[in-house]
Design a protein around this ligand. Structure first.
Ligand code: CMC
Length: 392
């Protein structure tokens, strides 16, 4: 009909129906499949939450055992993938490697990635869940010039990742269970967040009926940006900048308010939350615990708390309802765990993976799904006559 709605950033468009995540931004509520995030953070673990998101219900013990076993047996990358890492420069950002390698994985499974075949979908889920931490850890090893460490499948999901990241020989790196638990918790808190930019990218690309690896690779690229998952890296860089400016938080708050200055407080504000992000509440508590143990003298935690306090008592931030989001304190924990800043967004990607998979699966099975194809309001030139190049 030509009748369309102009809605930049899709701020008031519901692009799908979904049973997966409930988010009430005014009240600061987040639930996966009906379960409050606080309960899952306290009592569940990442693989159980992944199962819940992907299959819709909490697993029985035998369902969970099978799920874990299937993920465990797929953790190895095809040996030919090693050369893939060699081709990148040493300074390659690990998010670039992660997305390229995830799309690249598809080349090894071309006969088994039909998005409409139930068995293909199931095995693709295991492969993605299993191999992403291996790719992530190897991208880091590449950047520091160390040998790749193969997965040690007796370890838990987060411990295996830490082993591949920080181990330097075949035996398992001695993983502190508390650290593995903190990492697992961060994964849970990142596991889904309804129709954010990366999930929307996965759904949109997936709506073309491409294979799941390609759709998820698009999500990884969308997550990379500093306004989305890349904010966790940007927060740490900002806190270090404040430290180097002698801890002058006030001037940074002033800059964030200045409309002529493009600077924003990274880790603050959210499209949907107009209240404290419930994930940030849990992450702040965890940061407090982890940092007390691992990095008691990190000045950045104090700076972060000061910055939060300054912003939350400032009229600009109060009026615009800008609160700390999930990315504000997560980077401090990753840093305390020994992860380099460039890896922070990769950690977000590992955590968000089950959400992307669940949303892709839901999109594929929804009879209302059509190829994503928004309209536009054309504002360009009216018809004009072509002019030969010598006459321009
Ligand atoms: N610092 C200063 N001012 C801000 C900030 C901020 N962090 N965030 C929003 N504002 C202002 C913004 O300038 C605008 O003011 P005005 O109405 O006068 O033009 C108002 O608040 C509304 O902001 P918006 O940019 O229209 O909101 P949005 O929904 O389009 O963007 C956002 C949301 C998260 C991109 C934005 O708040 C932002 O850039 N935050 C910093 C980056 C960040 O922390 N991103 C992580 C998001 S949470 C998890 C994730 O996705 O990774």
């Amino acid at each position: 009909t030509g009748l369309t709605t102009y809605d930049p950033g899709f701020a008031s468009t519901s692009s799908c129906r979904s049973d997966i995540t409930y988010l009430n931004g005014e009240a600061g509520i987040l639930r996966y499949r009906g379960y409050p995030i606080e309960q899952l953070a306290k009592s569940s673990n990442f693989l159980e939450v992944s199962y819940l998101l992907i299959f819709g219900e909490l697993p029985t013990q035998s369902e969970l055992d099978y799920f874990e076993q299937q993920i465990t047996i797929h953790t190895l990358l095809h040996e030919d993938m090693r050369q893939f890492f060699d081709a990148f420069p040493k300074s390659a950002h690990p998010m670039a490697i992660l997305s390229a390698a995830t799309a690249g994985l598809s080349t090894f499974y071309q006969d088994h990635y039909d998005p409409k075949d139930e068995r293909d979908v199931e095995v693709s889920i295991y492969r993605l869940m299993a191999k992403m931490p291996t790719i992530a850890a190897w991208s880091y090893k590449k950047s520091i010039g160390q040998a790749f460490i193969y997965p040690w499948n007796k370890l838990s999901y987060p411990a295996n990742f830490l082993h591949m990241m920080f181990g330097v020989k075949a035996e398992p790196y001695e993983v502190d269970p508390e650290i593995a638990k903190a990492l697992d918790l961060l994964y849970i808190l990142h596991a889904d967040h309804e129709q954010n930019a990366s999930t929307t990218a996965v759904r949109l690309v997936g709506s073309t009926q491409v294979n799941m690896f390609a759709a998820i690779a698009s999500g990884i690229n969308a997550l990379w940006g500093p306004l989305h998952g890349g904010a966790n890296q940007a927060v740490l860089e900002m806190l270090a900048e404040i430290r180097d400016a002698d801890g002058d938080t006030a001037s940074f708050v002033a800059r964030a308010k200045d409309k002529n200055d493009p600077f924003r407080l990274m880790g603050f504000g959210h499209r949907v939350y107009k209240n404290y992000d419930p994930r940030a509440t849990i992450i702040k508590e965890t940061a407090d615990k982890v940092l007390r143990k691992l990095a008691p003298n990190d000045p950045l935690f104090e700076i972060a708390q000061e910055l939060e306090e300054a912003a939350l008592s400032d009229d600009y931030f109060i009026e615009k309802k800008l609160y700390p989001n999930v990315d504000f304190y997560s980077g401090l924990i990753y840093k305390a765990l020994g992860l380099p800043t460039e890896m922070f967004t990769v950690m977000f990607a590992i955590g968000r993976l089950p959400g992307w998979i669940a949303q892709w699966k839901e999109m594929m099975s929804d009879p209302d799904t059509r190829i994503g194809r928004p309209r536009q309001i054309y504002t360009g030139a009216a018809t004009r006559e072509y002019v030969e190049i010598e006459n321009r």
